[in-house]
Each structure stands twice: as C-alpha cells, then as structure tokens.
Design a protein around this ligand. Structure first.
Ligand SMILES: [Zn+2]
Length: 274
C-alpha cells in the first residue's frame, strides 16, 4: 500500500505565537531529527516531500541542499510560519515569494508545492499561490474539530487530490469519521497520540476507501529533549509533546508497513499544469 510521506521542516519554536526576533534567540535543533528521518527513508528506499520554512532554509542552507541531493522533493512551508488568515494579501504574497525564491536558489530547481502553517489556508490564499507560480497546495483537510485547521468546508468524501482552481491542485490531508466528527488522521501530534496499530488500521481503511493518503510529521515530533514552552493547557500540551520518545520507532514501522514516497512521485498529475 502506497502513501505520500511529507515533512514540515520547522523547529520547536517556529510558532505563530512567537516573533521572528524571539525565534532568533532559540537553539536550532532540527538537524538531528531531519537526519534521522533522511536515514530512515534511505533504509526503506523511500522518498518524501519536505515543506521547508524559508527562515530555516536561510539558517541551514546546507541541510536543504542535502535533502534535495538525497532524492527528495523540496516544497515551501512559507517563510515566517504566520497563519495565512492572519496576514494581509500583500503580506502573504511577500512571505511565499521569499520562501520560494530562497528554496529555488538553493536547489537550482523549481518549487511547485506549498503547505500553509497549521493548515490555515484561505480561498484568496489559493489565488495568490497561482499568481506566484505554485501548482499544488497541501493544506486542507476535511472539517475537523481542531480550529487550527483550514476554514474550508471540505466534505469528508473529498480525500483524493483535485483541481481546487483552474491552475491549482489540492492535495488534501486525510481524516476519518468517528462518532459523527472528522478526526485528523494525517500525522503530526495525532500520529504521536494514537497507538501505532490504531493509526495503522485507520490509514489502511482510508487507503482502502479512497486510494489516497498523505502523511506528515515535523522534525520536533522526534526531539524529546526540546524545551517545552507551549504547555499552556492540558490538551495543547498533549497534542504538542505527547509520545516524542516513540515517534522514531513509529515512523520506522510506518515505512516498513507502507510504500512511502514524495507527493510528486505519488501523484505525478499535480505537476506541470501551467
Ligand atoms: Zn508548520
């Protein structure tokens, strides 16, 4: 069974709740977990799409080049990790243009994919992605109770890639319907919280029903010694920090159970529509 494997390349402090000047005072820790992920992908002859934050790419250019050199797809996660709907159209345009320029300069190749910080995509944001030369977005999941996720009213029936605009594909994140609500099933904190067999059975069901699955993880999901600064409430603390020590072994199991690959390999139709 195949799935798309994606990594949002940001560090433990890259939150919209902290300013870029506060980020500058924080220790960059993501190189080790990124290398752990790269080595696991090599071990299972798998590939991934890495949605890299422009700010991180400026600070660790060699890491971005290495990811690309090792056969993976580089895509954009914006520059500053501000939520799309908290920015003006001009601010958003400048943010994604800067990240795309930095990444394309580093790898010497076109960047065509984008994922919004905390999946905060808007309809006008999609139009700007087209203007800035992106050919796909991967920021929308079917309506879930988590209000960090996009405000789109996307039916749980929509689980495969689709043309959300004339010149833009959407690569949606998976959710599963449990007890009348859509529960996110793509990865991140949910991957850490769910026992692996539970996650696995849900992923198998989604792939069986929809023949489509996009997984995501962050480097900080493997960093169990990271400073825990966002522990403001019980539920947020659980979602942000639970199970960090087990993530590496769970990713290894995932790569053994599924044939994982980058979005451009998993779903080649989404490129080259311009
Ligand atoms: Zn992010």
């Amino acid at each position: 069974m195949k799935m798309a494997f994606t990594v949002d390349v940001e560090d433990w402090f890259c939150s919209p709740n902290l300013s870029l000047s506060e980020w500058a005072d924080c220790e960059i820790r993501l190189e080790q977990p990124v290398h752990q992920i790269l080595d696991l992908l090599d071990e299972y002859e798998a590939t991934g799409t890495f949605f890299v934050l422009g700010w991180i790419a400026e600070k660790r250019p060699d890491l971005v080049k290495e990811i690309y050199r090792r056969g993976h797809e580089i895509a954009s996660h914006g520059y500053s990790h501000r939520l799309v709907y908290d920015q003006s159209t001009l601010e958003f345009k400048a943010d994604i243009r800067l990240s795309k320029d930095i990444l394309e300069h580093l790898i010497g190749s076109k960047v065509s994919g984008y994922r919004a910080p905390c999946f905060s995509m808007t309809d006008w944001g999609l139009d700007i992605l087209i203007e800035e030369g992106f050919s796909y977005d991967s920021s929308i999941s079917p309506n879930t109770p988590n209000n960090l996720y996009s405000k789109f009213n996307l039916s749980s029936k929509v689980a495969h890639s689709f043309k959300i605009k004339d010149h833009l594909w959407e690569v949606p994140l998976p959710a599963i319907r449990l007890g009348g609500v859509n529960i996110p099933w793509g990865g991140g904190g949910y991957f850490r919280i769910y026992p692996y067999r539970f996650f696995y059975s849900g992923a198998r069901k989604i792939i069986g029903d929809k023949d489509y699955f996009v997984y995501y993880i962050h480097p900080y999901d493997l960093d169990y010694d990271q400073p825990q600064i966002f522990n403001t409430s019980w539920s947020n603390g659980i979602r942000r920090y639970y199970g960090l020590r087990d993530t590496y072994a769970k990713i290894k199991q995932l790569l053994s159970d599924f044939n994982c690959m980058s979005i451009s390999k998993y779903d080649p139709q989404i490129g080259g529509i311009h």
